[in-house]
Every structure is written in structure tokens, then in C-alpha cells.
Design a protein around this ligand. Structure first.
Ligand code: FES
Length: 131
């Protein structure tokens, strides 16, 4: 099957180090500008579906805003597991502590999957994505 590239955004819409979420033919996609090279990944985190464009992009590593799983946007590989919240020295109220314990127990059974990536290319100032 040959890849069909479609226009996604103007390259100027995402500055270097930035991300932009779009929807294309029913696919939720995040376009990442990594120093002038564009990558496209599925928008939803491979852990618990958080919107990845709300995370942080450092080079080609994207950190999810919810539980800090890191992904390599060049291939979608999940590089780490989720990180539980850290309250430092602060002791949460007993009710909140119990809630966190329950969340922690549930999260143990949630697998983290790598995410889908899409081939990209630049053409006449446009970022094209293969669907
Ligand atoms: S939803 Fe992304 S790390 Fe949990």
C-alpha cells in the first residue's frame, strides 16, 4: 500500500520546540517541530490517553503531562513508565491519601503502549503527513 501524503499545517504554525494538535481524516495527531524537523504522532498518550500536546518537548523526547511517561517522537517508543505524584514533605489529608492509594492500585494494571507515528515531509512551506 502506498502512503498518501496530505497537507496538515503550514510549517510556520509550529515554532521550533513547539507542538500543535490537529485532526486529520478523523485522526487526532500532534505535530512536533524538533529544531526544524517535523514529526507527527498520535495525540493520545499510550498510558491513559492524556493529550500529548499539553506535555513538554525536549529535543525529540516528549513527556506526557499526566504521569510523565516519555516518548521518542521519532519512532513513538515509550521510553519510561508512569511516575506517581510526588508531594514532597507535604502529607495529604487521610481521604486524599486513600484516594491516591486507590489510584496507585488501579494504575499498576494499566500498561503503557508506544504511540503511533506518521511519516512527514515538507513541501512548499507545508507539513504533509502520510495517512
Ligand atoms: S496518561 Fe500519559 S503518562 Fe499517564
Amino acid at each position: 500500500m502506498t502512503e498518501k501524503f496530505v497537507r496538515a499545517i503550514s510549517a510556520s504554525e509550529v515554532t521550533s520546540g513547539g507542538m500543535k494538535a490537529i485532526e486529520l481524516d478523523g485522526n487526532e495527531i500532534v505535530i512536533c517541530n524538533c529544531g526544524g524537523k517535523y514529526y507527527a504522532i498520535q495525540r493520545r498518550c499510550g498510558h491513559m490517553n492524556a493529550p500529548l500536546e499539553k506535555g513538554t518537548l525536549d529535543g525529540t523526547y516528549l513527556t506526557c503531562p499526566m504521569h510523565c511517561v516519555q516518548f521518542d517522537v521519532t519512532n513513538g517508543e515509550a521510553l519510561s513508565g508512569p511516575v506517581p505524584p510526588d508531594f514532597g514533605q507535604e502529607i495529604p489529608s487521610p481521604m486524599f491519601g486513600e484516594y491516591l492509594q486507590n489510584i496507585g492500585m488501579l494504575m499498576k494494571d494499566v500498561r503503557t503502549e508506544s504511540i503511533r507515528t506518521y511519516a512527514t515531509k515538507l513541501e512548499s512551506g507545508w507539513v504533509l503527513i502520510a495517512l
